[in-house]
Design a protein around this ligand. Sequence first.
Ligand code: TYR
Length: 294
Amino acid sequence: MTNTASQPLFETVAFIGMGLIGSSMARRIKRDGLADKITCAVRSEATRDRVLELGIADEAYCDIKQAVGDADLVMVCAPVGANEAIGAQLTGALKKGAIVSDVGSVKQSVIRDIAPHLDEGVHFVPGHPLAGTEHSGPDSGFPELFEERWCILTPIPGENEAAIAKVKALWEACGMYVECMDADHHDRILGITSHLPHLIAYTIVGTATDLEDALRQEVIKFSATGFRDFTRIAASDPTMWRDVFLNNREAVLDVLGRFQEDLMALQRAIRWGEGDKLFELFSRTREIRRGIVD
Ligand code: TYR
């Protein structure tokens, strides 16, 4: 899957947002010559200056319209709660035939928030690279982030096939495996595999944070094991994750309801000393891990 094409796939790619994902893509595009030019729009002047200093964009603006005017591909890489406002800026700002894509963790809401703002002749190919770390900001990106990971595209039925193929080719050139599915299906799957785990991590670390001082110090000191993995996830960007939960409400609440039931069943089994029940459950879950690692 490594890119062998040194031939650019796009002339100009414009990023809206240069956090972990945007800046990793930009680094990859620059490293492998996947576009002739990179522009970007960011929110603060400090970030704009930093992006230019890092050399990951040729032009950087604090204004979306200025950044996207020449773009063949616009990559929205901002927290999903910003999509509506970003979409409004794209009206009348893009070339005919330009492609808009995104990297958001929720897909039905991006279609709701961006698609209505796009002019006739502009293509829209929502996407979600399943890659990341707990770090954020333009300094945290690196070109290998996407290597051997999955990217899910959720094109709207009837969208131009050539536009979908171009976005797919870019992600493949970034090292990813690409699959297409419906946005609502995506949101249900990710609700289980990504959103619920983040919610659990935030909760566990939150519970530990609320412990009385002395105990909390010990927890930090001895967190060599399970707790440590949760603290990594719970260090993820709060704005991004607030927006994920507000925009994938239905799927998250559904799986959270099931989770609460299962947790209660475990609580009961522990309370009544039902070792067989616990053993049976822990045996079943081991199977999933085998499927993932092997
Ligand atoms: N936060 C996840 C991790 O560090 C990565 C991730 C986050 C992947 C959000 C996808 C996504 O939508 O492992």
